[in-house]
Design a protein around this ligand. Structure first.
Ligand code: ZN
Length: 225
């Protein structure tokens, strides 16, 4: 009640003081409002500044240079450089994997059933393990093969890259290798039989032993008469 008292007693001076006080209060209020407005504007500016940034990020996730394609197939480009012996032992770890092996082409090329451009070749390990694997390939690819291994013939040594199937769904559960790529490592060659005199020794010994036995039995037969 101090202000009211002063106003009542002070008259015009009090009115002026009250007016100044009201003006100051209004100024303070206006100041507060202004700061609130500035804060709001700042917030709005920040929001507006942020939105294009998010939009830009969204654009980047679209079809750009480094875009993620959700429909991309699992990457199977990893190649196991393995051996025919490993495939022969039916390593389940290699099932449906891209493998690469080196081996000698043996036997004959067999035409694939109901699949004219394709054929089968047999690939035998060159490490002496004697393991082999049927390879499903194209007739065009087999043109690079100059010799098929047989008696007296060393088949072409080839490197085959393809998909290994432990139980092939296309070929009645056969364990096979579907070749994607076939390349020649070493040409085949004819292995002419060489005359080896030492191979006649066992035969000659047996013939000699037979002659000796005939002689012995003849003598025995003679002596018993
Ligand atoms: Zn197959």
């Amino acid at each position: 009640m101090r202000r009211a008292g002063r106003g009542a007693t002070g008259g015009a001076a009090g009115a002026v003081a009250r007016g100044a006080e009201a003006a100051a209060r209004a100024t303070r209020a206006a100041d507060g409002m202004r700061w609130a407005a500035v804060a709001l504007l700042l917030a709005a500016a920040l929001l507006l500044a942020g939105m294009p940034a998010w939009a830009a990020e969204g654009d980047e996730a679209g079809p750009g240079d480094n875009a993620v394609n959700p429909q991309q197939m699992p990457d199977s480009s990893f190649i196991y450089d393995t051996s025919i012996a490993d495939l022969y032992s039916a390593d389940s770890y290699l099932n449906n994997q891209t493998v690469q092996v080196v081996g000698e082409v043996i036997g004959d090329r067999i035409n694939a059933e109901f699949n004219a451009p394709n054929c089968w070749i047999a690939l035998q390990a060159v490490d002496g393990s004697g393991a082999d694997i049927p390879v499903f390939t194209t007739k065009v690819a087999t043109k690079a093969i100059d010799r098929y291994g047989a008696y007296g013939v060393r088949g072409t040594t080839v490197q085959v890259r393809g998909t290994f199937h432990l139980t092939c769904p296309e070929h009645e559960g056969l364990t096979d290798l579907h070749a994607d790529h076939l390349s020649v490592v070493k040409k085949g060659e004819d292995l002419p039989d060489e005359l080896d005199p030492t191979r006649f020794i066992p035969g000659a010994v047996m013939v000699g032993l037979g002659l000796v036995l005939i002689l012995v039995f003849y003598r025995l037969w003679e002596s018993q008469r």
